[in-house]
Write a protein that binds this ligand. Structure first.
Ligand SMILES: *Cc1c(COP(=O)(O)O)cnc(C)c1O
Length: 375
């Protein structure tokens, strides 16, 4: 069986974890957490990066930083992972779902403005498959309405929009280092801050609502509980794993990109025949080869293709059940405007195996089988 995903192991992880153990510092904010924060700040240009226990938790931190109240509204696509919505709904907000563009599966920037009400507090663009949303338009809308932008850049580490790192284009950016993402620490993530005046508040939220970070820097002589917060600080063991990955990020990127390009080239003839569709990368966007997906004609063909691939030892998968049609989505959110593409396009999408270490001949085999299905 060719598995759909395998967590990246690049070499060096064990050595750093071992070093963390030997240093007798395994809780958070030690050497490796700081090295990762700094590495990410330097490579993205963000004012501040704080490692978190997950992207979900980075989004929760953004929701706390936004100071959301009961009844506030947050605009987002319905075609996304549950955490995009959950983090804000936990603070009492309502999710307002906007339709996606069929080419990139990202929120349709042209439909956002008509979903804004006096209760709207934020827009949460999700950079699907590591391909950027149309951020100039989204930031312009947010600016004109005095609302904030929280980028769900869970899939967008090492991607750019007009030369800038995803996660640095809005007020807050959220990364994931889950084992299914390009770079990993098992479970983990990061929040990227664009405003240096918010660094202290973010540190407090991440340290259970205490000003402990200031205390450790010697800026105050005792620490205390100052606001709402939670335990969003990852262990040094996880950070040590990530630091090894960050240092080898280029080889992860190159390996994934080689396979992504190979899929694209080998499946082009099927696209030209009009039987499948391939991902679209708009001008100005450089992606990170996070995902390779194709689109079948409809749900029926997709179901057959997935089981055909399974019977040939290939684990291809689909996602997401649109949030607005899930039980929690119905309870906590609503769709603004028409669902022209969210349901229809999500039912056609198939993700093909793509991970660090996937072999060229495996990609070739998968493409041949897809070709065989359509013969
Ligand atoms: C993976 C993912 C998340 C959640 O990331 P975790 O680190 O597992 O919490 C959130 N949003 C999107 C779009 C994702 O792909």
């Amino acid at each position: 069986m060719i598995s759909f995903n395998q967590p990246p192991v690049v070499g060096g992880e064990e050595e750093y974890i071992d070093d963390a153990i030997k240093s007798r510092k395994i809780s958070g904010d030690g050497k490796y957490t700081k090295l990762c924060n700094r590495w990410l700040e330097q490579s993205t240009g963000a004012k501040k990066v704080l490692l978190t226990t997950s992207c979900t938790h980075a989004l929760e931190m953004a929701a706390l930083l936004l100071d959301l109240r009961e009844g506030d509204e947050v605009i987002m696509p319905s075609f996304t992972f549950v955490s995009t919505a959950d983090a804000f709904i936990m603070r009492g907000a309502k999710a307002v779902f906007v339709d996606i563009r069929p080419d990139t599966m990202n929120i349709d920037e042209k439909l956002i403005e008509s979903a804004i009400t006096e209760k709207t507090k934020a827009i949460v663009p999700v950079h699907y498959a590591g391909v950027s949303c149309e951020m100039d338009t989204i930031n312009d809308i947010a600016h004109r309405h005095g609302i904030k932008v929280v980028e769900d850049a869970a899939q967008g580490v090492m991607s750019t929009y007009k030369g800038k790192a995803l996660g640095t284009l809005g007020h807050y950016g959220c990364y994931s280092f889950h084992e299914t993402k390009n770079l990993s620490m098992g479970e983990g993530g990061a929040i990227l801050l664009s405003d240096e005046h918010e660094i202290e508040r973010a540190e407090i939220i991440r340290e259970k609502g205490t000003n402990r970070s200031k205390f450790f820097r010697g800026e105050i002589d005792k620490y205390t509980w100052v606001s709402l917060g939670s335990s969003y600080l990852p262990s040094e063991l996880n950070a040590a794993y990530l630091y090894a990955q960050l240092q080898k990020c280029q080889s992860v990127y190159d390996d994934r990109m080689r396979n992504w390009n190979m899929y694209y080239e080998m499946l082009k003839p099927l696209r030209d025949r009009g039987v499948i569709e391939l991902p679209v990368i708009p001008e100005g966007c450089v992606h990170n080869a996070h995902m390779f997906y194709i689109k079948a004609k409809d749900l029926e063909v997709r179901t057959k293709l997935i089981s055909y691939l399974k019977s040939n030892g290939i684990d291809a998968v689909f996602h997401y059940i649109p949030l607005h049609s899930s039980p929690a989505g119905i309870k906590y959110g609503s769709f603004a405007g028409d669902d022209n593409y969210t349901t229809k396009e999500s039912e056609r999408l198939i993700r093909l195996p793509l991970y660090y270490g996937l072999k060229s001949d495996q990609v070739e085999f998968i493409c041949e089988k897809i070709g065989g299905f359509y013969r």
